[in-house]
Design a protein around this ligand. Structure first.
Ligand SMILES: [Zn+2]
Length: 191
């Protein structure tokens, strides 16, 4: 579901001239091929322990800011500006993914961890909010904490309790300035 990487703490965002906050956002968004993956063994019926940080094993695949919902781009741009006022640099390590990219993530996970565990933690394309253009992964843990605390007014919410970097946007969340709260199980992730 969440493909974050290279590790946000190590991510090298390539800045480009931009005239607006939204363009700055667009300029820093690139899609990567890594995934967040539970670190425990998949056997024995044990509940995987969620990862605490994205792995840094994958390389960027494509730049596709066009795939993000315009409302998310606007909301995140506003959040970037507010975060900057608070001394934080909100960067994006993963945004839009194509169906093919998400399918590749899932296929890689199945090959490595088996279908049961892979399908538990990596969404298929029709459930991935990155594919729908409604999710971004942020690249700085302190900034992510700020967004977790202040994102509701932008409709930006941390939806998965085991991924500090993954935020989703919905018009209803922004309209109500409220977040549904992160879920503990991928099956309960918001639509
Ligand atoms: Zn994500």
């Amino acid at each position: 579901m969440c493909a974050a990487g290279p590790s946000p703490d190590d991510a090298l965002v390539q800045p480009r001239p931009a005239r607006t906050v939204a363009l700055l956002l667009v300029a820093t968004i690139f899609v990567t091929g890594a995934m967040a993956w539970p670190r425990t063994a998949a056997s024995g019926g044990k509940t995987p322990v969620p990862p605490t940080a994205p792995p840094s094993t994958a390389s960027p695949t494509t730049a596709a800011p066009r795939g993000l919902a315009p409302g998310l781009v606007a909301a995140f741009g506003a959040a970037v500006a507010a975060a900057r006022q608070a001394g934080h640099n909100l960067s994006v390590t993963s945004g839009f993914r194509t169906v093919a990219e998400q399918e590749a993530l899932l296929a890689d996970a199945i090959a490595e961890y088996g279908p049961t565990e892979a399908r538990r933690w990596v969404f298929p394309p029709d459930r991935s909010m990155h594919v729908r253009g409604l999710a971004v992964d942020v690249g700085d843990k302190r900034a992510a904490k700020w967004l977790d605390d202040h994102g509701a007014r932008f409709g930006l919410c941390r939806t998965l309790s085991w991924e500090w970097w993954h935020f989703e946007w919905r018009p209803a969340w922004e309209a109500s300035s409220s977040c549904p709260g992160p879920v503990d199980d991928p099956a309960d992730a918001p639509d």
